[in-house]
Structures are given as structure tokens and as C-alpha cells.
Ligand binder design. Structure first.
Ligand code: MSP
Length: 659
């Protein structure tokens, strides 16, 4: 029988900055769902990628002094870039699309032309507010205090020729799709879309730009580039081969698929995207699911706010699976959630170390200790079954069906809740049976003990199968420890009790999820974050040069001299100041105070020849008079200020004038 096909996508990410934990959340969730469908035996196509065109990328590349393509290449393919991050997070995408890929460009041009030929795209005039220095059009609502939201300067009324998509034509069909089908999920998003966009009336959408060039040119009118959302949304079908020869999967049963997206882009996916597909005469996605945001201190993470959480640091510190699990376990998919490091550590300790980790390690340890690593044949049954044997079995046998219902309705957090009910029940079953007490008389209780442990292995096996989409690597280790062969790890085997061979080889391996010390882990995390922040700062930064000119005569009024350090000491009660006694060639000692103790120890400076400006008016510091100033070179390195006193050749006599 042909396998059922299932197509699932993440949004394609803007590579304008490195990705953060919010993007990781979205991709991990989609990966978990993709793995769940694979576990069911479906033929899954999982797509992710990057959305690389648009003015923002063009501007960022200019600031960085590289071409837009070089800029995105670095963030997508470069070290610790998008692809590296998905590899680290064990993301199992089958395809990765970049909107700069040739085949995508070609398809988008054809898609645009098809809609134009159909009369759904027409040429008109775009009216808006224009910021000349930024070369950007803004709508009235985007302005900040009536000014350009980017640079804060005045904007002018302006018009430009543009192509428009007849979105208004599809208003009724979109309303029907939203209100009368399960296309958009969760249901709460339907109300938002209808109230905010359909009820006020859908307007035609401007789908080309002439004010910048980093985009896909409209091939029949190349001074226009295709609006970035038309370009980006098309990826879901171009990656299957729609209107290109790179792939040939569009008609093979994957489309229509499921688009998982964050809530702020639900409008594009549930209104513009289906309207585009209707115009093309293609089926709309089976579902668009709009998940919530991970918030930090109640607000959205953003690079400009400087409050982004780096997934690399968390994954390296706590392990990829622990991070994946935390993201899916803690935040109800579909709602916003507050991220915090404390919550992450707490979740690892409670669910993974205490509940799951303990169940696996206690069970495998006892099989090792009491039966040398393999239970005796016959342990599947028991002459005197106890009520709690059946309770555990019923709960575990029924787990797959409740789990399935939750996964099918995009509620992975609820599915995990169900798995943990079984894990907690199994831990309680250990206490109810007190295997250590049974083990005291193996002759009398050995059979019962073996049965208890077999039941625990079975509950663990079933939970392991259903946790696999969330924590693929850890579940492999779990299966190895309980000796579960491949055929006992399948979707079918998750609904059956008694599948594990009675004499499976059980080994207590490494602790799957060691318990963390909250304070120590937080401290280490903060240190790693500070280190990463520092490393991300430019290696060396120097102050920009002054553009204001100084006339030659004014410059010549500054008297710079070589001076020799006769004595140097720290000024009492000051952390910064050093007091210099200097030979300036006049025969009278000169005293200069300088705030450089952070960089120099006084004894290291005695005997050095330095440069000082000697005709500044005297200045009092900490009650001492300073007559002049020592000259240094300063710069910033990884965000830290560095200072170097200018020291010259000792053969230069004290008092020599610099000119
Ligand atoms: N390029 C568009 C998507 C085009 S799809 C045809 C885009 N890219 S994005 O990089 O800005 O965002 C990608 C996804 O990451 C979005 O679904 C967005 O909601 C999600 N997230 C970004 N920050 C997030 C959080 N803080 N929390 C959860 N998801 C967040 O939009």
C-alpha cells in the first residue's frame, strides 16, 4: 500500500541577523510534528529555508560593505549560521530552500506572469509617504510621529508606478475558507483575521517595488522587483517543483501541505497566500497553524532591543534534546510564553532528571542488580497480579490514542502531558511495589519482582517511542538501555503491551539527564552569554575621525614635549589616578596626574620617556595639581576600552619639542 504523504513547512527565515531562540522554537516544533508523522509511517516532506530578498537585507549588506548575496551567504551557510543551527538542533528537514536559488527565482517570475495574464495583477500607482534618504515608501500608520520610522526624518507625499494584486476579488472566498473550514488554526486566529482584515474590507495589494533592486525582477518589466511576500510565500510550492525543473514533486501528493507560522505572519499566510493560490487555480494548504511568541520579560525578542537568547549557548550547555523538550513542554503551542533560564533549568530537573531520568535509571539499575541485566523468561505474566499492575498497563496502552489526538490537533504540549502522566504513574508503581523489599527474599518473590520490572520496562518503552519525535537522540539511548529491538520501537508497538522480549539485555548506561544545580547553572550560563556577547562585538573599534578642521596656527599653540618619568605613584583613595613627577627639560620637576592605573602599574613607568602637552591650564584632582596631560592612544577591543601611553625612544632628551 502506498504510504500517506505529509508535507510540512516552517516559515522561511530572514537572514538579516543570526537566529534566536524564538526562531528555534518554531523550527523545533515543526520538526517534532514532522518526526511524529514519520513515526506513523507516513511519507513526510519537511521544508525549511531562508527568505533572502528585500530592502532590509540590501541596507544591512551596504552597512557591512558587502553585496547582498555575500551578506546572506554568510548568515545562511557561514559558521554558526542558519544551516549550522538546524544541524545542531537535529532538525530533520528534507529540503532547504533559499529564495535566491535560481529555480525559485524562475518559478516566481512565472507565477507573477500567470497572475498578470489572468488579469489578477495590474499596473497602477502606489501612493504613500516617501523618505528620500532611505529611499523607502511608508504607509501613514507606519510613520512614527509623522516621520520616517527608520531615520526619523521628514517624509513627503509621493507616488510610484507599481503592480497590484486583486486581493479584493478573493475576499468572499477567503472569508468562507476562514469561517467555514478548519484551514486556519488555532480557531482564535480566525476571529483576529476576520475582525482586523476582512470586516474592514480587503484592499488590492501592491506587489512590486521600484525603489530598491535586491529582489526578483518582474521579467516583463524589469525595473520592478516582486514584492518580498509574493516571492517568499511561493517557496512552499516552488520547493516541490512548481513551475521549475529542479524538483518534480508538486503533483505527487504532498501538496496541499501544512504551513506552521508565527502569529505575526498569520495574515500573510491565511489571506494573501490562499488568494494567490486561488488565482493560480491551485489548492490552498490543508492547514495554516499560527503559533505564539516566546517572550523575554514580557516583550518580543529582537536584535534591536538586544534581548535575544542564543540557542547555541543553551544547546551547548544543557544538550540539544533538553532544549528541544523544554520548548515543546513548557509553552502551549498557539499561545505566547515567557522564556527564562530558570524555567529551562527547572523543567530539566523536574521532568527529565526526576521523572523520566529516574524511571530509566532506577528500572535498569534494578534489572542489573537483581537479575544480572536480563529478566527471566516468563516475567511477562504473573500468578498473583495486583490492581496497580493493570492500572499502569491500562494507562500505558491507552497513551498512544490520547497522544495522537493531541498531536493531530497541533497540541504537542498536551501530548507531552499525557506521556508524563504515564511516567509519573510508573514511578509511583516502583514505590507501590518496593522492589528492594521483594529482593530480600528472591526465592519467594523473585517471579513477582521480575514481573514488576518487566512492567516498568514496558511503560518506559512505550513512553520512549512517543517521546522520540521530541528527543530523538536521548530516546535512542533509552532504547539501548532497556534493550528494545527496532520492531518494539514502532508506532504500532506503542499501542501494544508486552512487546519487549522478556529476556531483553538491559544495561544501566549513562544518566540520560543529570540534575542541575540551579545557582551554578545560572552562573555558568550568564558567564557564557557574557563571553558570547563580547565575542560578537567588533574586534577592534576606533573613534571616528573629527571632520571639523582646526587651523594651523591654533594647532601650533599646543606645546607637546618629551618628558622623562622620575617618579610615579598611585594617588591615595583613588582607583584610577597615578601621580607622575616628570623631568620636562626645564630643571624644575613637573607634576601630572593621569587616570591610567587600570592599565599601568606605577613602578613599570619609572625611567620611561613619554609625551605630554605642557601648556594646559593647571587642574586640581583629588586635591593635587596637574600641570599638563600625558598623551595616549585609545581604542576598543571586544567592547573593552584599551589605552597605550605613547612611549618614545629614550635617546630623545627631556624637553624636546614635538613639531
Ligand atoms: N521571512 C518571513 C517568513 C516568510 S514565510 C513565507 C519571516 N521571517 S522571520 O525570520 O522574521 O521569522 C520567522 C519565524 O520565526 C516566524 O514564524 C516568526 O513568528 C518566528 N519567530 C521570530 N521570533 C519569535 C519569537 N520570539 N517567538 C516565536 N516565534 C518567533 O517572518
Amino acid at each position: 500500500m502506498e504510504k500517506k504523504k505529509f508535507y510540512i513547512t516552517t516559515p522561511i527565515y530572514y537572514p538579516s541577523d543570526k537566529l534566536h531562540i524564538g526562531h528555534t522554537y518554531c523550527t523545533v516544533a515543526t520538526d517534532t510534528l514532522a518526526r511524529y508523522h514519520r513515526l506513523r509511517g507516513e511519507d513526510v516532506m519537511f521544508l525549511t529555508g531562508t527568505d533572502e530578498h528585500g530592502q532590509k537585507i540590501e541596507t544591512k549588506a551596504k552597512e557591512a560593505g558587502v553585496t547582498p548575496k555575500e551578506f546572506v551567504d554568510n548568515i545562511v551557510e557561514g559558521p554558526r549560521g542558519v544551516k549550522d543551527l538546524w544541524k545542531l538542533m537535529n532538525i530533520s528537514n528534507d529540503r532547504f530552500i533559499r529564495t535566491t536559488d535560481d529555480y525559485h527565482v524562475e518559478s516566481v517570475q512565472k507565477i507573477f506572469k500567470k497572475m498578470y495574464d489572468k488579469g489578477d495583477i495590474y499596473k497602477g500607482t502606489y501612493k504613500g509617504k516617501y523618505c528620500t534618504p532611505c529611499e523607502s515608501f511608508w504607509t501613514e500608520s507606519q510613520l512614527v510621529d509623522g516621520k520616517c520610522p527608520d531615520c526619523g526624518r521628514e517624509v513627503q507625499d509621493a507616488e510610484e508606478e507599481a503592480y497590484f494584486f486583486r486581493l479584493s476579488k478573493y475576499a468572499d472566498r477567503i472569508r468562507d475558507l476562514l469561517e467555514n473550514t478548519d484551514f486556519l488554526q488555532p480557531r482564535s486566529r480566525v476571529h483576529e483575521m476576520v475582525k482586523n482584515f476582512l470586516d474592514p474590507g480587503l484592499e488590492d495589494l501592491c506587489v512590486s517595488r521600484t525603489s530598491f533592486s535586491w529582489g526578483i525582477p518582474v521579467d516583463f518589466d524589469p525595473k520592478h522587483v516582486v514584492y518580498v511576500w509574493v516571492d517568499a510565500l511561493s517557496n512552499y510550492i516552488t520547493a516541490l517543483g512548481y513551475d521549475n525543473d529542479r524538483y518534480h514533486d508538486y503533483d505527487k501528493g504532498w501538496w496541499p501541505g501544512v504551513n506552521i507560522v508565527g502569529k505575526e505572519i498569520v495574515r500573510f499566510h491565511s489571506i494573501i497566500w490562499p488568494a494567490m493560490l486561488m488565482s493560480l487555480g491551485e489548492p490552498v494548504p490543508k492547514h495554516v497553524f499560527g503559533h505564539g511568541w516566546l517572550l523575554l520579560d514580557g516583550g518580543k525578542m529582537s536584535k534591536s532591543k538586544g534581548n535575544v537568547v542564543d540557542p547555541y549557548i543553551l544547546a551547548e550547555k544543557f544538550g540539544v534534546d533538553a532544549l528541544r523538550f523544554f520548548l515543546m513542554r513548557t509553552f502551549p503551542f498557539g499561545s505566547d510564553g515567557n522564556f527564562s533560564n530558570e524555567l529551562l533549568i527547572q523543567t530539566i530537573n523536574t521532568d527529565l532528571a526526576n521523572d523520566l531520568g529516574n524511571l530509566v535509571s532506577r528500572t535498569t539499575a534494578m534489572v542489573g542488580k537483581y537479575f544480572g541485566g536480563a529478566l527471566p523468561a516468563g516475567c511477562r505474566t504473573c500468578a498473583e497480579p495486583q490492581p496497580f499492575d493493570q492500572e499502569l498497563r491500562t494507562l500505558a496502552e491507552g497513551l498512544r490514542s490520547v497522544y495522537e489526538e493531541d498531536m493531530e490537533t497541533f497540541a504537542p504540549h498536551k501530548a507531552l502531558d499525557e506521556v508524563f502522566k504515564v511516567i509519573q504513574r510508573a514511578n509511583k508503581y516502583i514505590d507501590e511495589n518496593a522492589p528492594w523489599a521483594l529482593a530480600k527474599d528472591m526465592e519467594a518473590n523473585g517471579k513477582r519482582l521480575a514481573h514488576v520490572l518487566y512492567n516498568l520496562l514496558e511503560a518506559t518503552r512505550i513512553c520512549g517511542i512517543l517521546l522520540t519525535p521530541f528527543m530523538p537522540e536521548s530516546c535512542e539511548k533509552l532504547f539501548a538501555q532497556i534493550g528494545a529491538p527496532a520492531e518494539s520501537r514502532t508506532w504500532d508497538a506503542a499501542a501494544e503491551w508486552g512487546v519487549l522480549p522478556e529476556t531483553a539485555a538491559v544495561t544501566k548506561g549513562e544518566n540520560l539527564f543529570p540534575r542541575l544545580d540551579m545557582d551554578k547553572a545560572l552562573e555558568e550560563l550568564e558567564a557564557a552569554e557574557a563571553e558570547a556577547k563580547k565575542a560578537a562585538l567588533p574586534a577592534v573599534e576606533v573613534e571616528p575621525q573629527l571632520t571639523e578642521k582646526v587651523d594651523f596656527d591654533t594647532f601650533c599653540k599646543s606645546d607637546f614635549r618629551a618628558v622623562k618619568v622620575k617618579a610615579c605613584e598611585a594617588v591615595k583613595k583613588s582607583e584610577k589616578l597615578l601621580r607622575f613627577t616628570l623631568d620636562d627639560g626645564t630643571g624644575v620637576d613637573r607634576q601630572i596626574l593621569s587616570g591610567i592605573h587600570k592599565w599601568y602599574e606605577p613602578e613599570d613607568l619609572v625611567g620611561k620617556t613619554l609625551i605630554a602637552i605642557v601648556n594646559l591650564p593647571p587642574r586640581k584632582m583629588m586635591g593635587l595639581e596637574s600641570n599638563g596631560m600625558l598623551i595616549s592612544a585609545v581604542h576598543t577591543e571586544h567592547g573593552e576600552e584599551c589605552l597605550h601611553l605613547i612611549m618614545v625612544d629614550d635617546s630623545i632628551p627631556a624637553g624636546a619639542k614635538l613639531c
